[in-house]
Design a protein around this ligand. Structure first.
Ligand SMILES: C[S@@+](CC[C@H](N)C(=O)[O-])C[C@H]1O[C@@H](n2cnc3c(N)ncnc32)[C@H](O)[C@@H]1O
Length: 251
């Protein structure tokens, strides 16, 4: 099962996450890209939060995403001569006829892959596309037990003027199932248009991972070794970690 991001979310994505994300993941992934000699693939490139800056800094970077709505936003940020670098492909079965020195899947891309078999296929597909010595980095959030238990009920988590005199708001609801380890997320968007207020609701499943499940998953894959970091400053896992950042190495 794959869920594409709708065009109205793609349209407002950068405005929302420019404000909601601190810049530590950006610094972390850009530093990783800068220190890679050779080519990089970003999976789940989206609107190019990392991709367009990496390209500007001279990286030999390629990107794939299942949502053409997101890649359409990115295409407006980069020159036409660079469009060959991005393609609509799924992490589970993407294909390139060359290999990469690093592959990254930043900002919860793996959480969109619900089934065990697909997760393993995706990781092994990444492995096949890496050169020896290459690495794969992906991040997922550490489950927050209170949030899993109580969920969110239509909480306004974002509001901003997107054009002079026109407001945009997002409300979020979540409901988690501890057996399937899926959180159903519903975003309700409301924004002003010439003809009045437009509203759209979009729901999608998010697969959350616990630490040892992640370890078992990577250990079942072809990767020879890996490490899980607890934050984007490279810190070790601890009870205070909010992220699981998985760095897998192909020897
Ligand atoms: C939260 S966004 C992250 C976008 C970008 N990496 C960033 O940090 O802003 C997740 C992206 O992953 C893409 N995605 C979800 N499942 C995917 C899959 N199976 N293969 C490739 N891309 C996928 C979505 O379409 C979306 O653009």
């Amino acid at each position: 099962m794959t869920i594409e991001y709708p065009d109205y979310f793609a349209r407002f994505y950068d405005m929302i996450y420019d404000q909601m994300r601190d810049k530590t993941d950006h610094t972390f992934f850009l530093d990783e890209i800068k220190s890679t000699r050779g080519s990089v693939l970003e999976i789940g490139t989206g609107t190019g939060r990392f991709f367009s800056d990496a390209l500007k800094q001279g990286a030999d970077i390629y990107g794939i995403d299942i949502s053409s709505s997101m890649l359409d936003v990115l295409k407006h940020k980069i020159g036409k001569e660079e469009h060959h670098r991005i393609s609509v492909q799924n992490m589970i079965d993407f294909k390139f006829d060359f290999k990469f020195d690093m592959i990254i899947a930043p900002f919860r891309v793996m959480m969109h892959i619900i089934e065990k078999k697909d997760q393993l296929n995706a990781i092994n597909n990444v492995y096949r596309h890496l050169r020896p010595g290459g690495k794969f980095i992906f991040d997922v959030f550490k489950p927050d037990l209170k949030l899993l238990l109580n969920g969110l009920k239509n909480v306004k988590d974002f509001e901003s003027e997107y054009e002079p005199g026109k407001q945009f708001r997002r409300y979020t609801s979540t409901k988690s199932d501890l057996v399937s380890q899926v959180t159903m997320v519903t975003f309700s968007f409301k924004w002003d248009e010439e003809m009045g207020t437009r509203s759209e609701d979009w729901s999608f499943p998010f697969r959350f991972f616990f630490r040892y499940e992640l370890e078992h998953l990577v250990e079942r894959s072809n990767f020879e070794n890996y490490k899980i970091l607890g934050d984007f400053h490279g810190g070790e896992l601890s009870e205070y970690s909010k992220e699981f950042i998985v760095v897998c190495n192909k020897t």
